[in-house]
Write a protein that binds this ligand. Structure first.
Ligand code: MBD
Ligand code: FE
Length: 285
């Protein structure tokens, strides 16, 4: 624990507000979804599924009011990005990436911020002088599916600190702490020094936390690195990497772990921490 101030003052509502603001700034390319027939189909089927659940379980007015009040509070807490990315995004990702031949993707989650500092191929992520956590060297190559190296590929990386907090979503952290946009070298190679992230706990003081408690679930995601890897002429991949031995790898609240995404780092060559090699394979655009 390095930053007791962060831990004491981090609130669900503040991180929710920041995630909501980030999402509003984000533009996905494509249609704006005004195809009336598709909206009709999707919303009608969603509502029909809800009607069916109400009938089958004989939902009471007390439960209906509890649902209504919870939904209102999710918005007030700014936790729609968190709720959607934890409980729905994994299926959207499954559909979006089903035709990929290269590396596996997984969900982006609510804490990506574009515009992280540009870093060279052999680099350290921005971190505090006394950044806590096991030193971790993450290295590898970016290639196409045919094995061709992709010189100058971009490896954007962001992750939580040793207390499980993300910069820009918890108070007291430097703006770009543990975030960077690394450019691979002429052979597609990257070598990134950072610290191992801690597992992430869904805030217990917000609406998502209340749902988790009410349903008797656990609130944890396994420790993970987030990545966006891209190169000209290739499909950008958004993914995460996990750590073998983490108890939540087999039981992620966000259902975003795939066996191919679990790292097994060894001791680092310099004896100070751990290191692992992981190669990214990008599909053609
Ligand atoms: C996270 O760190 C995350 O990656 C996701 C998907 C949801 C909540 C917190
Ligand atoms: Fe995350």
């Amino acid at each position: 624990m390095t930053d007791t101030a962060t831990e004491q003052s981090a609130t669900a509502a503040a991180s929710g507000a920041a995630a909501t603001e980030q999402f509003r700034n984000k533009q996905r390319t494509g249609t704006d979804g005004t195809d009336t027939r598709r909206v009709d189909t999707l919303v009608t089927e969603l509502l029909t599924a809800a009607h069916d659940i109400i009938r089958r379980h004989r939902l009471t007015y007390t439960e209906y009011d509890a649902l209504k009040s919870w939904l209102i509070q999710v918005g007030e807490d700014g936790e729609w990005p968190l709720f959607l990315d934890v409980w729905l995004e994994h299926v959207v990702e499954e559909v979006a990436n089903e035709s990929r031949e290269g590396s596996k993707g997984t969900i982006e989650g609510p804490y990506y911020v574009p515009g992280a500092p540009d870093l060279p191929a052999d680099t350290a992520l921005p971190m505090r002088a006394d950044e806590a956590g096991t030193p971790f060297l993450f290295q590898g190559h970016v290639t196409g599916v045919d094995g061709t190296p992709l010189p100058g590929a971009s490896v954007e990386i962001w992750h939580a600190d040793d207390d499980g907090y993300y910069s820009q979503f918890a108070p007291g952290l430097p703006e770009w702490n543990l975030r960077g946009a690394v450019t691979a070298d002429g052979t597609g190679r990257f070598r990134i020094r950072t610290v191992q992230p801690a597992p992430y706990q869904i805030p217990t003081d917000g609406s998502c936390g209340r749902l988790i408690a009410a349903a008797g679930w656990h609130a944890w995601r396994p420790a993970h690195l987030h990545l966006k890897v891209s190169a000209p002429g290739h499909r950008l991949i958004t993914t995460q990497l996990y750590f073998k031995g983490d108890e939540h790898v087999a039981d992620d609240i966000a259902s975003a772990v795939k066996p191919e995404l679990v790292l097994d780092p060894g001791p680092s060559a310099d004896g100070t921490g751990r290191e692992v090699t992981y190669d990214f394979v990008l599909d053609k655009a």
